[in-house]
Design a protein around this ligand. Sequence first.
Ligand code: ZN
Length: 378
Amino acid sequence: MKIIRSYKFRLYPSNSEQELINKTIGCSRFVYNQMLARKKDNSKLNTHELIKELPALTKEYPFLSEVDGCALRCAIFNLEDSFKKYSAKQGEYPRFKAKEIDNSYQTNFMRSEYKNRIYESIKLDLKNKVITLPKLKEVKIRGYRKLEKIEGRIIKATIEHIANKYYVSVCVEENKEIEKVIPNSVVGIDVGVKSLVTTSDGEYYGNPNYLKKYERKIKGLQKSLSRKERGSKNYLKTKLKLKEVYRKLQNARRKTNEEIVSKIIKSHDVIITESLNVKEMIKQGNKSLRKSILNSAMADIIRRLKYKCKWLGKEFYQVPEFYASSQICSRCGSKNKQLKDINIRKYECEKCGLIIERDLNASINIMSEGLFKNYHLN
Ligand SMILES: [Zn+2]
């Protein structure tokens, strides 16, 4: 089975390399915006046609020829992705990228042969701790100390510039022999706002403790940002700080979620969760910072569970989002619509007298529904 993995390294570019990276980021954004403007004029233009316009654009703006051409094509593919998400109602209509927000570029792996010489656009040398990237040549990296070699085929690299630091994520396709596990134990999982994860065997993984800390920091910085003049030196400085806090938040989230997921996967072979309503989540996320942090944590947990199950040969099912897991009594199956109100934390069944915590009830329902209908989405 083919599995896509990514490895993120800290990048240590020299001054001139930093300059080139920043330039490439700027040019990628420029191409993205130019092509978005063309799409706005003529929505029928497809990716292939946009890519065909690149040489003419480079002629008009010669600075584009100074950077990795593959990165410029990637910018167009990214635009295509944004439009795909928009048509699938998973995102908003693509917007022009502003300098302070977008600070990464992507480049695809290319291999060619010329007179028996093989050229590979991205090369990772873990022994000498360097990565070769188009136009940049060798740049120092750090990370994955124990890893000696990456198995598999490099697909692309993403180069990021965040708050004076540089990173590179290398995306690799690996071929792995996976033996199906004979299922022994099943668990239903409810993800929610009150406690992040509730399992049908009564485990609660409460609200992550990083939440309050970062929420306060982000709110403070946002407030101070709103008082500053847009584009001024102080404004950009605060924006940089804000970005750094978001990065730390992401790291904290990854650590917590990895722990939760590996604990669940260790003791169960069939994992059943809900499908999250992405559209609904986007809407809610726009309303409050806390919700948007929690939404992304929930989506991340489900993504990890799915990926790990695949990786370990375990089963992963999802029940559809319209299944009313919290309104059904997990003992007798009767329905109580009052539970739509998320503030009611206890399920009290009028029919059979069951009294049970709301999320636990939901997770048991998710487990039985998943087993009963055997939803197979992958
Ligand atoms: Zn009941």
